[in-house]
Design a protein around this ligand. Structure first.
Ligand SMILES: [Zn+2]
Length: 351
């Protein structure tokens, strides 16, 4: 018998685990209308961040260069340390320069769609996730998901001595020294997720949530087959999840359904998965803050809830006002043990 997730009436305390890859940031960037600095793909990196000249000056041919393979070769051979340094600094600087526009973005909807029992683990270097996390503190303080940065992140600083991480540019809560920028882990062939203590800690957080998660959403992350280390780190704990036979996997991906199934089949238990191409059609965004509760109600108690799909908002404050009743309901549950209603919120009055 599979273990039933930790339930209390309609409230499900098991974590919803969300994994983000480059496709999530690209979807967010396109969705907000591509304002601001361009979001580079691995292939477009050379020209977007101005590396062409450095690469050619060091005697390499930049046309048709596969950046990942090139970086891998450069890092493992130990030759051209100056070029390696130049590449890493420019990548870091460029990603640091990116920022969210004022209007609500997919990242804001995402932060507000999860509770403090949940986790968002990202492979992305860009600062969007942390920016969205910080600007929704006013409405959801103490009620936001955990974050894990699996490849490091330009918005995160660390104090290795005290094992503290925080917003890059701030001081360590223990020793008051300025945090140092977290290292970025590059997509090399053989990654070592254990060599950097900060990155190892992020992986530990993801693995512990995967181990008892009830819902896994993968958004815009297509690499599991090639990223052998990442895949086995995740699969190892997911397969041991005692609620696995009841859990659901949702993949948000613009690729063909067959391709997605091929990438993720090892993570699916029987037919317990869904594939959508638009995050706004996902279970996460049609049951914000209540995905695990609604899903267990539908599948374990045969009492499905109505969808509570996100309306689209022009202003962040409107999105926050809309979601606030759910946060209030969570406070009432904690303080007065009042159960969740499972009823949808008012649709957007603006239409
Ligand atoms: Zn410190």
């Amino acid at each position: 018998m599979p273990a039933i997730p930790p339930m209390d009436g309609k409230v499900n305390h098991a974590p919803h685990v969300v994994l983000l890859g480059a496709g999530a940031s690209i979807a967010a960037y396109l969705d907000w209308g591509s304002e601001g600095n361009e979001l580079p793909s691995m292939q477009g990196l050379i020209d977007t961040i101005g590396l062409r000249e450095d690469i050619e000056k060091a005697g390499f041919e930049a046309n048709g260069l596969n950046f990942e393979a090139f970086y891998d070769e450069l890092a493992s051979s130990g030759e051209h340390p100056d070029l390696l340094y130049e590449i890493e600094s420019k990548v870091y600087e460029y990603f640091s320069s990116l920022s969210l526009p004022d209007k609500p973005t997919i990242y804001d909807y995402l932060i507000l769609s999860l509770r403090e029992k949940d986790i968002i683990a990202t492979y992305n270097w860009d600062p969007f996730l942390l920016q969205a996390y910080m600007r929704n503190e006013n409405i959801a303080e103490g009620r936001r998901p955990q974050l894990a940065f699996l490849h490091g992140n330009v918005s995160i600083g660390v104090c290795e001595k005290d094992r503290v991480s925080g917003v890059n540019g701030r001081v360590c809560s223990q020793c008051d020294q300025l945090l140092s920028p977290s290292k970025l882990l590059y997509p090399v062939k053989h990654k070592d997720y254990n060599s950097d203590p900060f990155i190892k800690g992020e992986w530990d957080a993801l693995r512990s949530s995967l181990n008892y998660g009830y819902f896994l959403t993968v958004f815009g992350y297509s690499a599991p087959k090639t990223d052998v280390e990442a895949r086995s780190l995740m699969l190892e704990v997911w397969e041991k999840n005692r609620s696995l036979e009841l859990a659901e996997v949702e993949v948000i991906d613009i690729r063909l359904k067959e391709e997605v199934e091929d990438s993720w089949s090892e993570f699916f238990f029987s037919h317990h998965y869904m594939v959508v191409d638009d995050v706004f059609d996902s279970y996460l965004f049609t049951h914000p803050r209540r995905s695990c509760d609604a899903f267990s109600s539908a599948t374990l108690m045969c009492a499905p809830w109505h969808d509570n799909s996100y309306p689209r908002f022009e202003k962040l404050s409107e999105l926050q006002e809309w979601i606030e009743p759910l946060i209030e309901e969570e406070r009432r549950y904690d303080d007065e043990e009042e159960q969740f209603s499972g009823k949808p919120l008012e649709p957007n009055t603006e239409g």
